[in-house]
Design a protein around this ligand. Structure first.
Ligand code: SF4
Length: 379
């Protein structure tokens, strides 16, 4: 196919047609600067049409309550065994102090995820421990939105306690979880997962848990860990699965959806050596992340209108640039970040609101604070 064909694909996308998987792969494989520029322009136009010019941000705080984890994902520099140097597990007082600090600093969201710690149980059960995490925060700060526990954590609780996913998700929702992070998706391709995260849930289970969450009224985000061993075909396969999942939620009339797509380019600086050697570099290639982000906008935008780059992974300058390649949201203040920072990311662990606003304003675009579900906050 020639550049003319790229134009034809982009023209169809601009009038609202969905790009096919073959077309998506074709776009991703472009190396001609003119073709790449046309992809960027199209992604930016679609962003304007689907999400507007205003760039949103959220005031939130991460709480990673433990890094003790039973699994050994090949990209993970965060996990520790119990007793290792650097292993930690926050107690209830520390969790409350962090929550209080978040509220004091204007956060509307706490994003809480942790390692799969086999000792994290109450009376020999996992679910009561997780419910206590939720209740500890929600009893003190009922107004805060708790964006918590990945599909991998849901499966961990269900496995340890011998429960169905539906029961775990419903219990977490009823205790006060407001939405589920669509993390642990990595690349939704079992061939990639066997190398990257062989102990993690497989593709089908990730999709099942997210879809169950939508059915039960719990919104989710969606993510993709890009730029390691995956091929363009596998990247598009991932986007296709997200698009289908969202179509199912909409067509079945489920009360919840995927609220956003977040691209997470791989940072390998402190990753375990075998994967690091195989990938062959420590920091993401910005140009690859920008092109993939643009193709993700073109591929998903009709169905998932909000797209967010990761300033932790790309740095603030890279994330700001991504706002001209199809993204409409710059993410959160985070207040602390461990998982990617321990992997060697250079983007930092915390952003002031004014810094995010200045980055957005540097593009001549308006900014607006939002909540987790993309409702406007303040004036
Ligand atoms: S990515 Fe998550 S599940 Fe995998 S080893 Fe790290 S903490 Fe554990």
């Amino acid at each position: 196919m020639k550049l003319k064909t790229v134009d034809a694909i982009l023209d169809r996308a601009l009038i609202g047609c969905d790009v096919s998987p073959e077309e998506g792969v074709f776009l991703l494989k472009q190396t001609d600067p003119k073709a790449i520029a046309a992809i960027q322009i199209t992604a930016d136009k679609l962003r304007h049409a689907q999400a507007g010019d205003t760039v949103t941000y959220i005031i939130n705080r991460n709480i990673n309550f433990t890094n003790i984890c039973e699994q050994h994902c090949s990209f993970c520099a965060f996990r520790r065994d119990d007793g290792d140097t650097g292993a930690y597990w926050l107690d209830w007082t520390q969790i409350l102090e962090k929550s209080q600090d978040a509220v004091k600093r204007g956060a509307t969201e706490i994003c809480m995820q942790g390692g799969l710690n086999p000792q994290a149980q109450i009376n020999g059960k996992s679910l009561p421990y997780y419910l206590k995490l939720v209740e500890t925060i929600k009893q003190e700060f009922p107004q805060i939105h708790l964006h918590a526990f990945s599909p991998q954590e849901v499966q961990f609780i269900a496995r340890v306690d011998g429960l169905e996913y539906v029961d775990v998700i419903a219990a977490l929702r009823d205790a006060g979880v407001g939405s589920m992070p669509g993390t642990a998706a990595e690349v939704l391709d079992d061939e990639v997962r066997r190398v990257l995260c062989p102990e993690k849930i497989n593709t089908a289970t990730w999709l099942e848990i997210i879809s169950t969450s939508h059915r039960l009224g719990l919104h989710t985000t969606s993510t993709m860990l890009s730029g390691h061993i995956e091929t363009p075909e596998q990247q598009i396969g991932h986007l296709e699965k997200l698009r289908s999942l969202q179509k199912t939620a909409i067509n079945q009339g489920y009360p919840a959806r995927i609220t956003e797509f977040i691209l997470l380019p791989f940072v390998g600086q402190e990753a375990p050596k075998s994967l690091r050697r195989r990938v062959g570099r420590d920091q993401p290639i910005l140009a690859d992340a920008l092109l993939l982000g643009a193709v993700a906008r073109i591929y998903l935008g009709n169905w998932i209108p909000n797209h967010q780059p990761s300033w932790v992974k790309l740095g603030l300058a890279g994330a700001t640039e991504a706002l001209t390649w199809g993204c409409n949201d710059i993410g959160g203040t985070l207040m602390e970040e461990h998982i990617t920072t321990m992997a060697g990311a250079l983007g930092g662990t915390c952003m002031e609101v004014e810094t995010l606003q200045a980055a957005i304003a540097s593009l001549g675009r308006p900014y607006q604070q939002r909540d987790t579900l993309y409702q406007k906050v303040g004036s």
